[in-house]
Design a protein around this ligand. Structure first.
Ligand code: PLP
Length: 446
């Protein structure tokens, strides 16, 4: 029996997990032969859909050459090509990429790299990473101290260093007395106050998801927020790390979500998920040559994994990103995102349970409430977002639902289909979602 102990509630509400058998394009098939539209791209990661023939071919070709060679002893063409491609797509001064096997590994590598940069530059007192609540940065022990979800980290509390946290600008759930500007002011002020209170000479970095992932339901901020955070970080010599594990690789309509707010340039960016479209486990840390050279001259980056920069994963990722450009999927994400938002806004006006629609490109979330005026959420027993997910599944649509920290910040479903989704499939997705939402509403509202 395969060991599974993470979740006791299965996505279908049955005792057994359904088995996945096949995937093609935006669809996956289960063991009963049922076809489902993958509306959240798996874990918001299957960015160009399943079984893309060009990626499968590129992987086969690479497998015929070599699948693995230890990156501490060998260089390889696919990883060099991928580093060059990421430098071109990311622009700015991200000339260097360090490859790992996923999102948590990328963030773990990023904070260790930032620490080595500080040490190399004579700032060994800097080690604290300020982050936001709520947020998700990964599952490793060090990242539990940075991830802003106390519920998720609680059991491991004695095992990690709890890093300083500030509020994420939750605009939809702002207190009644605060305007949008007030929220931004408060959150930006908190960043500066926290740096000062901690002692600026101890603060290494500020880590954020520029467009929130599942933990916030695609949280967005006005441009002012990013620019002011950048100014504060510059004032105190604090690095900015953008966790683009979910928002990166074209999902928001630009290669990096950071590109939407170009006056705020992060120092380090992490990518995973969509960067390889889930065809292989792969993550990357992007940094400037200047930082990499400082670390190199101080003895090199003391970090690595067996599968770092493996040729097969890099070959898959190269072709995923080639497809992203050849099929013009980034402008398509922008176009479809706007179309879907308009349709969801219309649905929102016709239902009682959709409170907010957030996000950009094909990185969107729909927040569920029991009362649109008060923004109150359903009680725990209802498990509203999960239930809507189950109902949508009945209508052939898979959606990732989330209640971060027991729905302390609300609950939502991620609307993040593969960027390759066709117009007809968008219609199918919206129709199934509408049926699921109304079925839920009819079952709970009198
Ligand atoms: N950071 C963000 C924003 C994420 O969404 C995730 C995963 O969902 C991670 C980090 C961790 O990535 P992984 O699950 O690949 O370790």
């Amino acid at each position: 029996m395969a060991l599974r102990y993470q979740h006791f509630i299965t996505p279908t509400g049955t005792a057994e997990f359904p088995k996945v058998v096949r995937g093609e394009g935006v669809y996956i098939w289960d063991h009963t032969g049922r076809r489902l539209l993958d509306g959240s791209s798996g874990a918001v990661s299957v960015n160009i859909g399943h079984a893309h023939p060009r990626v499968l071919e590129a992987m086969r070709e690479q497998m015929n050459k070599i699948i693995y060679a230890h990156s501490m002893r060998w260089d390889n063409d696919p990883s060099q090509a991928l580093a060059e491609r990421l430098a071109r797509l990311s622009g700015w001064d991200f000339e260097a990429a360090f490859f790992v096997s996923g999102g948590s590994e990328a963030n773990e590598a990023a904070i260790k790299f930032a620490r080595q940069v500080a040490v190399a530059r004579g700032q060994a007192s800097r080690y604290k990473i300020i982050s936001r609540v709520p947020s998700y940065h990964g599952a490793t022990t060090a990242l539990l101290g940075i991830t802003g979800d106390t519920d998720y980290a609680k059991a491991y509390k004695p095992m990690f260093v709890d890093m300083p946290k500030i509020d994420a600008p939750l605009l939809y759930r702002r207190p009644a007395h605060e305007s949008v500007d007030d929220v931004i002011d408060r959150c930006v002020r908190q960043l500066e106050d926290t740096i000062i209170a901690q002692g600026p000479e101890t603060v290494l970095a500020f880590m954020i998801e520029p467009v929130g992932g599942v933990s916030t339901g695609a949280l967005m901020s006005p441009v002012d927020y990013y620019d002011r955070c950048r100014q504060i970080c510059d004032r105190y010599g604090v690095l900015m790390i953008y966790d683009e594990i979910m928002s990166g690789a074209g999902r928001t309509g630009r290669f990096l979500a950071a590109h939407h707010w170009p006056d705020c340039r992060p120092d380090i960016v992490t990518l995973a998920k969509g960067v390889s479209g889930s065809y292989a486990p792969l993550g990357a840390v992007l940094a400037s040559s200047a930082m990499v050279n400082d670390v190199r001259l101080s003895g090199g980056f003391k970090h690595g994994h067996t599968y770092s920069a493996n040729p097969l994963g890099c070959a898959a990722s190269n072709m995923v990103l080639q497809v992203l450009e050849d099929e013009a999927l980034m402008p398509r994400a922008t176009l479809l995102g706007e179309r879907i938002r308009t349709r969801l806004e219309d649905l929102k006006s016709r239902t009682r349970v959709i409170g907010d629609i957030r996000g950009i490109g094909l990185h969107m979330a729909v927040e569920i409430v029991v009362d649109k005026d008060t923004k109150a959420i359903f009680t725990d027993e209802v498990r509203a977002s999960e239930k809507i997910g189950l109902l949508c599944r009945e209508y052939g649509l898979l959606l990732f639902s989330r209640r971060t920290a027991g729905a302390a910040y609300g609950e939502w479903l991620m609307f993040c289909p593969p960027l390759t989704i066709s117009d007809a499939e968008v219609e199918e997705m919206l129709a199934a979602f509408e049926k699921g939402v109304f079925a839920f509403q009819n079952s709970v509202c009198s």
